[in-house]
Design a protein. Structure first.
Length: 118
């Protein structure tokens, strides 16, 4: 079973930056499409960013486009989310996820809290 462990969350002032990391177990990380999602209090989990393993194409929610960047290091089995110009509305638990068995995100990390103060 694939395991994902996020790190890098914390408290930051508005306008600041954070870099989230997600370490993924297993030998076939390079073949997983990877994504980042977030869930704010009393809200549904929402898509943030994704990266195709095959093409390297990236996809972003409109709310983070131009501020967040997803990247991966296949040699280290790690996916990153660089978050710049953070806003209070970015406050949420951030989860990384992998498409291991098919087209759905079927493996999830435990989440890391990001809090942006105004």
């Amino acid at each position: 079973q694939v395991q994902l462990v996020e790190s890098g969350g914390g408290l930051v002032q508005a306008g600041g930056s954070l870099r989230l990391s997600c370490a993924v177990s297993g030998d076939t990380f390079s073949t997983y499409n990877m994504g980042w999602f977030r869930q704010a209090p009393e809200k549904e989990r929402e898509f943030v960013a994704a990266m195709s393993w095959r093409s390297g194409n990236t996809f972003y929610a409109d709310s983070v486009k131009g501020r967040f960047t997803i990247s991966r290091d296949n040699a280290k089995n790690t996916v990153f989310l660089q978050m710049n110009s953070l806003k209070p509305e970015d406050t949420a638990v951030y989860y990384c996820a992998a498409q291991v068995g098919g087209v759905r995100y079927d493996s999830w990390g435990q989440g890391t809290q990001v809090t942006v103060s105004s």
